[in-house]
Write a protein that binds this ligand. Structure first.
Ligand SMILES: Nc1ncnc2c1ncn2[C@@H]1O[C@H](COP(=O)(O)OP(=O)(O)OP(=O)(O)O)[C@@H](O)[C@H]1O
Length: 316
């Protein structure tokens, strides 16, 4: 049974906007990323899933229970995007307040508080007033609130938007740990490089419609490209690939000057594309070396999530 299942889920505002006919399945124990341009309907979808908005049509199930069932909400955590917490409370007081909303006992609350503060990297900062927290710390305390009930399913709306690169890495590591414990994370983020690193599966929505769901690497199709970095002064630009007959069936699709390497020699990046089949890297390297070209780096090339996302949004 999936952690989240929706069937034809729809919410419109007086017949407009929102999202329509969304049928999704989010496997348990996965990190699932929701992507879409501004106004695509992501928040509308998340709000329906956490019970903040009533669907206009369709069904949704969390952990096998209908989303309308209040009891299931004790098993989910939610970090909303536009969080604004009571800034006169200390971090610990805020957590106690949220624990009471979750219906945790005093004993459970006292046991859980240090655990969640530690998980989000605020171990020593619980006594400080939330109003004195930096933006990144406020985001961390929000995450701690979402983790209070030790949820099986966690919804995070832009959880790292206020964090510095170290904080982002810490949150990514935390998500991976949660997944290792069998928990499911549903992530809403515009940071595609971040989603690319942690997500098992993604969904893309545009103008309220679901365009894709699955492993984002499926969008790329089979690997057909390789990247090669060479000394810029090795040959004339544009490089004439026809002079290497051993590379028939391969085309040079990009030639980009790079900044100089550590040895101060300017470099050029080439992207080769195979008309058929997967890149034959040994044949490529052999042919280039045979032609006297000094190679610095070679790698098969997959499209980045950002490239694939932009292509999908443009086509869809
Ligand atoms: N309360 C509302 N009343 C009327 N229309 C709304 C309301 N909330 C959202 N909409 C419309 O529904 C559509 C989807 O909005 P939603 O906020 O769900 O998108 P989003 O993908 O979360 O956007 P963003 O990335 O900018 O946060 C938009 O066209 C928006 O104008």
């Amino acid at each position: 049974m999936p952690a989240i299942e929706t069937i034809g889920l729809t919410k419109t505002y007086q017949g407009r906007g929102g999202c329509r006919d969304i049928s999704l399945a989010v496997p348990r124990g996965s990190i699932f990323g929701l992507l879409g341009p501004n106004g695509a309907g992501k928040s509308t979808l998340v709000k329906m899933l956490v019970g903040l908005l009533k669907p206009t049509a369709g069904e949704a199930y969390l952990l096998g229970r209908p989303v309308e069932e209040v009891a299931v909400r004790k098993r989910i955590g939610f970090l909303p995007e536009a969080f604004r917490y009571h800034d006169w409370l200390s971090g610990e007081e805020l957590l106690r307040f949220h624990a009471s909303l979750y219906g945790l006992s005093a004993q459970e609350t006292s046991a859980r508080l240090p655990v969640v503060l530690e998980m989000v990297g605020l171990g020593e900062q619980g006594r400080k007033r939330v109003g004195e927290y930096s933006k990144g710390m406020q985001q961390r305390i929000g995450l701690a609130c979402a983790l209070l009930p030790d949820p099986e399913l966690i919804f995070l709306d832009e959880p790292t938007s206020a964090l510095d690169p170290i904080g982002r890495k810490e949150v990514r590591d935390l998500l991976v740990q949660l997944r290792a414990q069998g928990k499911t994370v549903f992530l809403n983020s515009h940071l595609l490089s971040e989603l690319e690193t942690v997500c098992d599966r993604i969904a893309i929505i545009k103008q309220g419609r679901l365009l894709f769901q699955g492993d984002w690497r499926e969008l790329a199709g089979p690997l057909r490209q390789a990247r090669v970095v060479v000394n810029a002064d090795c040959c004339r630009t544009p490089f004439d690939l026809a002079r290497i007959p051993a590379l028939s069936g391969v085309s040079l699709t990009r030639e980009t000057p790079l900044s100089a390497g550590l040895d101060k020699t300017p470099r050029t990046e080439w992207v080769f594309t195979w008309e058929e089949g997967t890149p034959d890297i040994p044949r490529l390297v052999e042919a280039l070396v045979h032609s006297g070209i000094p190679i610095h780096e070679v790698a098969p090339l997959a499209g980045s999530l950002e490239e694939l996302f932009l292509e999908t949004i443009a086509d869809g």
